[in-house]
Design a protein around this ligand. Structure first.
Ligand code: NAD
Length: 484
């Protein structure tokens, strides 16, 4: 059984308690991990606080070397990390290998970007003065992450946090703690004690990190409901939060789209990781003149995909991560059916699997925006489709959502592309290449998706505070108006 990382040592929970981690494809126990409580969280925060004094002064060169070394070790251990992640999270192995490569690239990216961290010298009020804008770390950052891309989303926070001189207490999801602990053991053993600490547990541990007076920033990725609670708790201390929340991304298919590309493109965007991606396509709007052809071909394509355990190389779509997540998908599909939706394929658990949280990829039509499946985050392998009349209507439907994480468009018409990027209210807009991330491109949402940005220069800026220094060299300045 792996242990938690606190102050450079691998330790059990103070209470000695553990909890089981299950394989979503078989429901079997994979392993147990420590069940951290408040005392463990406090120890980890204290270790991060003590390490902060020297880490914030580490040179850019030292930090770069250490972060590149993390990247190198992720690459070295890709196969083991990806396999563990498939066992605890269910995502197909091939996708987890990609996740490791993107995570390593993120550490390399911030290792180099932080060498260019800079404030600026600004015009001073008098010639005898120097006015500077400095950038400095917050101190201890609590990073709380979900289970769908556990190593990548950890990297998007931990890499820029460490690069900017913060120290970290990381809480992985209770569904996927094993890969985080393996990462700590195999990829972070060269970091000074206390710079990165990892506590494994449930919501109560996350809450402890949020309310502690000794964490200066909360970097969170997860659901809207949890993000809103964290924002409320952090506001009590006017603490900096960085919130990456849920989504309900739309996909517009214009009449000029090449269906040979658009059909697999939509399926990929909606069904990658069984639809458990924050930027999964959850609503498709297709121009009515091509709707019948598009839908027929999409249904054929979806039926050709192979459902199975992520560990098997032939699998295209793995299980959902847990029973409660599958139940939500079932609720959304059941409500849609009751309201008159037509299920063209899927809409049930696959009869051939007795165990595992599998759900068939599902295509639905005859839906509208009064259905939960078109309004709430489903986070499963569902593709509800609505035909649209004209592009104005497609944009209006795309914007008719509480969320604003991402959106997709297939077209070769530049006027449509321009209208789409000017009018759609979302943080990431893809045209003809769905869901592609770029380390240099800021990622994040608008509206209920949270306003934080990860990746790019913006993703580093989030972890820095700004200080204005006003320095007068004239020792005799006495031009205030009080008598002296
Ligand atoms: P979740 O909100 O249930 O949990 C996320 C993390 O928060 C877990 O580690 C959990 O233990 C912890 N947590 C739960 N309650 C807490 C509390 N009260 N205080 C502190 N920590 C608490 O989300 P999830 O089910 O793990 O992940 C799925 C969600 O994440 C989806 O909504 C998805 O859209 C979102 N997500 C967003 C992005 C993004 O970049 N915007 C990326 C991936 C996933």
């Amino acid at each position: 059984m792996p242990n938690m990382l606190i102050n450079g040592e691998f330790v059990p929970a103070a209470s000695g308690q553990t909890f089981a981690v299950h394989d979503p494809a078989t429901e079997d126990v994979v392993d147990h991990v420590p069940q951290a409580g408040a005392e463990d969280a406090r120890r980890a925060i204290a270790a991060a606080g003590a390490a902060s004094r020297s880490w914030r002064k580490a040179t850019a060169h030292e930090k770069a070397e250490m972060l590149h070394e993390v990247a190198r070790k992720i690459r070295e251990h890709t196969e083991a990390l990806a396999t563990l992640l498939t066992c605890e999270g269910g995502k197909p192995l091939v996708e987890n290998r990609d996740e490791m490569s993107w995570s390593a690239a993120c550490f390399d990216y911030y290792a180099e970007l932080q060498r260019n961290t800079r404030g600026r010298v600004i015009p001073s009020v008098e010639p005898s003065q120097l006015a500077m804008v400095l950038k400095e770390p917050y101190g201890v950052v609590a990073c709380i992450v979900p289970w769908n891309y556990p190593i990548l989303l950890m990297a998007w926070k931990v890499a820029p946090a460490l690069a900017t001189g913060n120290t970290v207490v990381l809480k992985p999801s209770e569904m996927t703690p094993l890969s985080a602990l393996f990462f700590a053991e195999q990829c972070c053993d060269h970091l000074p004690p206390g710079v990165l600490n990892i506590v494994t547990g449930h919501a109560n541990v996350g809450r402890e990190l949020v309310v502690s007076p000794d964490t200066q920033m909360i970097a969170f990725t997860g659901s809207f409901a949890t993000g809103r609670e964290i924002a409320r708790l952090a506001a009590e201390q006017v603490k900096k939060t960085h919130l990456e929340l849920g989504g309900k991304d739309a996909f517009i298919v214009a009449e000029d789209a090449d269906l040979d590309i658009a059909v697999p493109g939509v399926a990929w965007a909606a069904l990658l990781n069984a639809g458990q991606v924050c930027t999964s396509t959850e609503r498709v709007y297709v121009q009515e003149s091509i709707a019948a052809r598009f839908i027929e071909r999409l249904v054929d394509f979806v039926r050709s995909l192979r459902l199975g355990p992520g560990i098997e190389p032939s699998t295209d779509i793995g299980p959902l991560v847990g029973e409660k997540y599958r139940a939500k998908v079932e609720d959304h599909v059941a409500e849609a059916r009751t309201k008159g939706a037509q299920i063209l394929t899927g809409g049930q658990r696959p009869p051939s699997f007795e165990r595992g949280f599998f759900y068939e990829p599902t295509v639905l039509v005859n839906v509208d925006h009064s259905f939960r499946i078109m309004r709430e985050e489903t986070f499963g392998p569902t593709i509800p489709i609505m035909p649209y009349r004209d592009f104005e209507q497609a944009i209006a439907l795309t914007n008719d959502s509480d969320y604003g994480l991402g959106a997709n468009l297939y077209t070769n018409d530049p006027l449509k592309v321009k209208q789409y990027y000017e009018e759609v209210k979302a943080g990431s807009l893809w045209v003809n290449d769905p869901l592609t991330d770029n380390d240099a491109g800021p990622f994040g949402g608008m509206k209920f998706s949270g306003g934080a940005r990860e990746l790019g220069e913006e993703g580093m800026e989030e972890f820095l505070e700004t200080k204005h220094v006003h320095w007068d060299f004239n020792p005799n300045r006495k031009d205030w108006w009080f008598p002296y």
